[in-house]
Write a protein that binds this ligand. Structure first.
Ligand code: SAM
Length: 160
């Protein structure tokens, strides 16, 4: 357990952990970042952040066809070290407590994280990006073009 995982004053958690049900998600690759501990990670990634690698399993490489047309991508990942039972949390450990679903905390029943990243380039089945905030080795769930590319203006420029 991470040293920050102990309950803080005012926080509450489920009495019992939910059973380990599997929604059938497939990890399609892994995220390589310079962040080795949760304390190393920024709270949210930024486009001025360090170069990171989105390493897709080779069998999914054909699904990257056309990705270079997009300057910005949305990366979805599984925050695999997060506890999953918190109902209310005190992110700053300052006595102020808020409900899990009013926060972007990694600690949630289904610890899915998302970041918008800048796509620098593609090297085979790897994407070099900036904007991630997760631990090195975080499992990759999905890659989508940033939804801003789907604006009326972007469609007029031929993005689809
Ligand atoms: N950008 C994502 C979002 O908004 O959905 C995640 C935001 S969350 C606040 C980012 C924090 O999650 C990091 O600062 C780090 O403390 C923690 N974190 C990063 N990778 C993690 C992982 N694999 N498992 C658990 N916690 C992680």
């Amino acid at each position: 357990m991470h040293h920050g995982d102990a309950l803080r004053p005012g926080e509450t958690a489920l009495a019992a952990l939910p059973s380990a049900r599997d929604a059938g998600l497939e990890f399609i690759g892994v995220l390589r970042t310079p962040f080795q501990t949760r304390d190393d990670c920024p709270r949210q990634g930024g486009f001025d952040g360090p170069d990171c690698r989105v390493e897709l399993k080779p069998e999914f490489a054909p699904a990257l066809e056309g990705i270079e047309r997009h300057s910005h991508l949305e990366i979805l990942y599984w925050l695999h070290q997060a506890r999953r039972d918190l109902l209310s949390q005190s992110p700053k450990d300052d006595g102020r407590v808020r409900g899990t679903f009013s926060l972007r905390s990694p600690l949630r029943p289904n610890p899915i994280g998302t970041s918008i990243v800048v796509l620098e380039r593609r090297e085979g089945n790897t994407l070099l990006v900036r904007g991630l905030d997760c631990l090195d080795g975080t499992p990759l769930l999905d890659i989508k073009p940033d939804r801003c590319g789907y604006s009326v203006q972007a469609r007029a420029k031929g993005l689809d």
